[in-house]
Design a protein around this ligand. Structure first.
Ligand SMILES: Cc1cc2nc3c(=O)[nH]c(=O)nc-3n(C[C@H](O)[C@H](O)[C@H](O)COP(=O)(O)OP(=O)(O)OC[C@H]3O[C@@H](n4cnc5c(N)ncnc54)[C@H](O)[C@@H]3O)c2cc1C
Length: 403
């Protein structure tokens, strides 16, 4: 039996390693000059390869594809991933929130481990697959250099974000060429654009321990943690996570709660105390004790309070206005960044077309889809790479058992 894997990224290399271990004749094609180009930039170059969490907790972090992933994650869970990499000679460590990284903090060590596991595969770099054609019981693969025949084909070509890494959405065209439905690709884990002019002024400002809240026509979302203002919107962990739930929304009410640990009443009491002990100080002094300095002036403008106003002349209404804006600082949603700039791509090969136990296309025996090319997307924390590994494992397990 000869197996082709299209894509030498996270899922393709992982599948290649498992097939090599089972002595199955495997060929990996990648259009890039080297393997794992996207893996290299994961986790800011440190590669957060999984999360040391339970199956339930993994599933809570799957935004689309929860039900589909149940079988694959139960067969190969996060701890299995950790054992697998440790056994490949890549020691790991667990950080805040269960995030797992190589001890070396180098994503290149994860790539090396995967490449080593797949080293007995026939690896074709700089060779882009153009077409897959079904011929009776085999597949003809046509690349930009040659054509080949295989018994089974695994499409591991990724999504269509960060296209410089080689993932340009080719997998969707392969699926469509077999009449498989593809859910239109959408941005996920990407910055959120805002209409507010003040974004320019706040560019680079990072906020910690705040709550970012969104209300759509049907649902409300809240994320607590760190975010960042960009020139025309917001980014950072909680903004990226929120974006995954907004990708089809047009009308969204957005606000920041700068003081999520305090109720309005508690915050008002605190302000009253701060004001009465600093009566001769200016309004800007009060705000600078509550918010980052670079935000203070703008905040007072939004509250329509003169920054030089003495605290002894601040009215009750003005104080309450400060409380309201600290708890509910409105932002004007202006959509998401395009799919290319998302950390991952939502949408992809329709899960209805795929057997969740084997990753095989129901209509096309011996054709498999694994990793981000599928209509699955997860939050940050190592869950997307875990999805790549678990889907690859389910696929290879099915191939080996059939062999
Ligand atoms: C900046 C960034 C940071 C990230 N950090 C994390 C993180 O820390 N943790 C986490 O869990 N996830 C992270 N992700 C997401 C994660 O990298 C992806 O979900 C994962 O790489 C998907 O694996 P894959 O194998 O499906 O696709 P990819 O890793 O994208 O691999 C696909 C491969 O297929 C090749 N290919 C495509 N088309 C063809 C073709 N026609 N012919 C031949 N080869 C082809 C490409 O060149 C590519 O090498 C991050 C993503 C980005 C962009």
């Amino acid at each position: 039996m000869r197996v082709a894997i299209i894509g030498g990224g996270a899922s393709g290399l992982f599948a290649g390693g498992l097939l090599a271990k089972a002595n199955i004749d495997t060929c990996i094609f990648d259009g890039n000059e080297k393997l794992g180009k996207k893996l290299y930039i994961t986790g800011k170059g440190r590669c957060n390869l999984t999360n040391d969490c339970s199956v339930e907790s993994y599933l809570e972090n799957v935004v689309n594809g929860k039900k589909f992933m149940q079988s694959a994650i139960n067969k190969f869970n996060c701890q299995d991933t950790m054992k697998y990499f440790e056994a490949l000679g890549c020691p790991l460590k667990v950080e805040r929130g269960g995030r797992v990284f190589p001890v070396s903090d180098k994503s290149s060590d994860v790539i090396k481990a995967l490449a080593k596991s797949a080293s007995s595969c026939d690896i074709h770099l700089n060779e882009k697959v153009k077409t897959i054609i079904k011929q009776d019981n085999t597949f003809k693969i046509i690349t930009d250099l040659n054509s080949y025949t295989f018994d089974k084909v695994i499409v591991a070509s990724g999504g269509k974000s960060y296209q410089a890494t080689g993932s340009k959405g080719d997998g969707y065209n392969f699926a469509k060429s077999f009449s498989l439905n593809v859910v239109p690709p959408r941005s996920a884990l990407c910055p959120i654009k805002l209409k507010d002019d003040f974004c320019k002024e706040l560019q680079g400002l990072s906020l910690k321990n705040v709550k970012l809240c969104a209300k759509t026509e049907s649902k409300s979302y809240e994320f607590f943690g760190e975010m960042l203002f960009t020139g025309d919107g917001i980014s950072g962990p909680i903004a990226l996570s929120l974006s995954s739930f907004l990708n089809e929304e047009r009308s969204v009410e957005l606000h920041i709660d700068f003081k999520p640990a305090l109720s309005r009443e508690q915050l008002d009491e605190r302000l009253k105390r701060d004001i009465s002990s600093n009566l001769n100080k200016e309004a800007s002094f009060l705000i600078k004790s509550l918010l980052p300095k670079s935000l203070a002036e703008l905040f007072l403008q939004i509250c329509q309070i003169d920054k030089h106003k003495k605290l002894n002349s601040l009215t009750v209404k003005e104080r309450q206005n400060i409380v309201s804006n600290l708890k509910h600082f409105s932002l004007s949603f202006n959509g998401l960044y395009p799919v290319e700039s998302g950390i991952i791509t939502a949408g992809g090969v329709d899960l209805k077309e795929i057997n969740p136990k084997t990753m095989e296309a129901k209509k096309v025996p011996n054709l498999y889809f694994i990793g981000e090319v599928l209509d699955i997307d997860c939050l940050t924390g190592g869950y997307n790479l875990q999805t790549a590994f678990s889907t690859a494992y389910a696929c290879v397990n099915a191939i080996i058992n059939e062999n």
